[in-house]
Design a protein around this ligand. Structure first.
Ligand code: DAT
Ligand code: MG
Length: 138
């Protein structure tokens, strides 16, 4: 299998809680290579493109608003099977029940918002990764 790339975001909750370094350290400790890194205030246009698959769902607008609420850290990581490797490190979507030992399981929980504030985003396929990298690292 060829070397993959994935798009990782530390979401506004993770940045606000000073967990960016912790998240990046866990990915590096797993053995993946940091290729690009920046802190950015997302635009609504970027987020609408990034989350196009979720348009119309009940959590979509709260999700976009949450992602606009503060800066995010965007990164590209590289390595064999990094897409599924990072999603395993991140844990399942709902941070309350994400397994301990994962980023979401160790640092996240339900704060009562209409959207899961679950600290990180990771691409879910090679196609999504290339699409998302184009949005955040144009
Ligand atoms: P993931 O981020 O695990 O790939 P996703 O792509 O299905 O999950 O959804 C994108 C984000 O939207 C997710 O990180 C948090 C939010 N979200 C998803 N499902 C939700 C739900 N049922 N209620 C509230 N927020 C949700
Ligand atoms: Mg997703």
């Amino acid at each position: 299998m060829s070397i993959e790339r994935t798009l990782v975001l530390v979401k506004p909750d993770g940045v606000a809680r000073n967990l960016s370094g912790e998240v990046l350290a866990r990915i590096e400790a797993k053995g993946y290579t940091l290729a690009e890194l920046k802190k950015v205030n997302a635009t609504r246009e970027q987020l609408e493109a990034h989350y196009a698959e979720h348009a119309g769902k009940p959590f979509y607008e709260p999700l976009v608003e949450f992602m606009l609420s503060g800066p995010v850290v965007a990164a590209i990581f590289e390595g064999h099977r990094v897409i599924e490797g990072f999603r395993s490190l991140a844990g399942t979507t709902d941070p309350t029940t994400a397994a301990p030992g994962t980023i979401r399981g160790d640092f996240g929980r339900d704060w009562g918002a209409k959207v899961q504030q679950n600290l990180v985003h990771g691409s879910d396929s090679v196609e999504s990764a290339e699409r998302e990298i184009g949005i955040w690292f144009a």
